[in-house]
Structures are given as structure tokens and as C-alpha cells.
Design a protein around this ligand. Structure first.
Ligand SMILES: [Zn+2]
Length: 306
């Protein structure tokens, strides 16, 4: 399937063209190119900090219902910048270049219709796109209350496969990295090993079977951790070597308790990418100050207890 589908090639072409013709995105790409990286380590947890001043708006965005309702939705076609073009993703979804990227390339994949961010509604698309972009891209989801900058407009994102410390470890050693609990039946289920934050992994070769497996798990989470409109979580799907893999990070809060832009506070607003060990720090002082221990503490604060 992957070989016959030239989607990845068309996405790269879109990215290159838009970076040339759209000044706002060209600036975002430049911010990313000039961003600084720093490795931090604590008890075997190896993470990377990205100092990217271009992301300050996103990290400090107000995502409460009132603020969201008051702003024009930037994922709705009628409000998008005139220069922004897309590639059809099928089923009423479109690939758009993220003009303030964390990755190169970095796509946002909204629906054409303005509808709320809910994993149940985009799970089938997430899995289908991960399969179509096999070996090329990871497709991911941020819940409406844990990282989505547009909680009112359904969207996925895509990043080059293996761009984060978590994925790199997963791809290098999936057996050692995930404690597989049950490998019977059509798929496997497991849990990330320490020192990574708790995440649940599901994999299989049959997309619909994986989807059902994830839906079962979501139903269990909803029962055990009822929340409106869904249990807090981030999720990713990737496809390599004929296997589709989904990882869910159940969350307890969006931002760490000392989140903020004041003295002694930290401007880190964890979404999926941050949970994968690539922490975006839009402020120089957080980039300089955060160490591995502080990152571990953030993970503990925002994720479910082991
Ligand atoms: Zn919208």
C-alpha cells in the first residue's frame, strides 16, 4: 500500500512550495532552523529541550471555552491565511503546513467542517493515515484539554517518523521499551517501561482490529476516569514493518502546577510531542533552567500514576 501511495511525496512538495510562497511560514521555518537543542537526563530518562521562540503564542495560548469562543477559528477554511494551501487527506480532512512548526515538515490535518476535538471521531483517520504514511510519518492527536490549540476544531498532526527521543527508543527496541502484557489474539497490549511516563501501547497488523482494540481501551478509560468530553489523553499512531502501533498517554492535567510566565514558573505546556521527550520551551530561561529531574517531575504531575 505504502509503495503505491505517493502521499508522502506530495506532502513534501506542498511543504517546500509553501515555505517559498508564504512569508509567515517561511518565518516559522526559520525560527525552527535557528532553535537550540539541549539534552537532559535523569534516572535513564533522556529528553531533548527545544528553545523555539516562535512557539510562545502556542505554549501560552488561552484554551478555556470563553477565549476559544471569542477568537476566529484558524483551522476553518474561511479564516485561513490566503497563502495557505492544502493536500486532500480524504474523508473530509486536509493536510495543511503548520506555519510555526516544531518539526520539518510538520502538518496539521483538520476536518473541513468545524466540529469538536474528540478522539472517537478521528481515530479511524489517524490509523488510516499512519498506514498510508508507513515508515515516513507519525500521526498524532492532542486531546481538547491536553495540548490541542484548537479544541473546538477536530484535527490530527503529522511529524517525520522517529523525530522524538521516545520514538527513537521505541523504533530501536520495541521489545525492551514496552512491557508487553498480552500478546495473544490479533494484537498486543503493553505499557511503557520506567522512566517514561505511563503510556499504553497497542499493536497489530489488521487496522480494523487495532481500531476496535483502541476503542475498547478508550471505553475502559472513560469508565474509570470520567471526564468531559473524553478522558484526558494524547495519542500517536505509526506504521513500520507491516505493523500498526498506537500509543496512548492518559493524562491527569494539561499543565504543570508551576506553569506560567512569572518568576520561578515554567512555560511548558505539554502536548504529545512533549510527552515524547521533546519539550518545547519558547522562553530562554526555561530552556536554560530545566533539567532532567524537573522534566521527570512535570511528567509525574501531568500523567496517570503507574
Ligand atoms: Zn474551525
Amino acid at each position: 500500500m505504502a509503495a503505491a501511495d505517493d502521499l508522502a511525496r506530495r506532502l513534501q512538495a506542498l511543504w517546500d512550495e509553501q515555505a517559498d510562497e508564504w512569508p509567515m511560514m517561511a518565518r516559522g521555518v526559520e525560527y525552527l532552523a535557528n532553535s537550540e537543542l539541549r539534552e537532559v537526563e535523569h534516572g535513564g530518562l533522556r529528553c531533548r529541550l527545544q528553545f523555539n521562540p516562535g512557539r510562545v503564542v502556542s505554549a501560552s495560548a488561552k484554551v478555556d471555552a470563553k477565549s476559544i469562543a471569542a477568537r476566529p477559528c484558524f483551522l476553518c477554511e474561511k479564516n485561513r491565511p490566503a497563502e495557505q494551501r492544502g493536500v486532500d487527506a480524504g474523508d473530509g480532512y486536509v493536510f495543511l503546513c503548520n506555519p510555526m512548526p516544531i518539526f520539518n515538515p510538520h502538518f496539521t490535518i483538520p476536518t473541513l467542517s468545524h466540529q469538536p476535538q474528540l478522539i472517537a471521531d478521528c481515530l479511524p483517520k489517524m490509523l488510516e493515515l499512519a498506514e498510508r504514511l508507513s515508515g515516513e510519518y507519525t500521526v498524532f492527536y492532542n486531546g481538547p484539554k491536553c495540548g490541542a490549540s484548537a479544541p473546538d476544531h477536530l484535527h490530527l498532526q503529522a511529524s517525520p517518523l522517529g523525530s522524538t527521543p521516545f520514538e527513537q527508543q521505541l523504533l530501536a527496541d520495541p521489545e525492551g521499551f514496552i512491557g508487553w502484557i498480552d500478546k495473544s489474539g490479533s494484537g498486543a497490549i503493553g505499557q511503557t517501561s520506567e522512566p517514561w511516563p505511563v503510556a499504553i501501547a497497542l499493536d497489530g497488523t489488521d487496522r480494523l482490529a487495532v481500531q476496535e482494540h483502541v476503542e475498547d481501551l478508550l471505553a475502559k478509560l472513560a469508565k474509570q476516569y470520567p471526564a468531559d468530553p473524553e478522558p484526558m489523553l494524547n495519542a500517536l499512531a505509526l506504521h513500520t514493518d507491516g505493523k500498526l502501533r498506537v500509543i496512548l498517554f492518559p493524562r491527569t492535567s494539561h499543565r504543570p502546577t508551576n506553569f506560567g510566565a512569572g518568576d520561578g514558573q515554567v512555560l511548558v505546556s505539554p502536548g504529545l510531542v512533549d510527552m515524547l521527550g521533546l519539550l518545547i520551551t519558547p522562553r530562554r530561561e526555561d530552556f536554560d533552567k530545566l533539567d532532567g529531574e524537573a522534566v521527570s517531575k512535570i511528567y509525574q504531575e501531568v500523567s496517570l500514576d503507574r
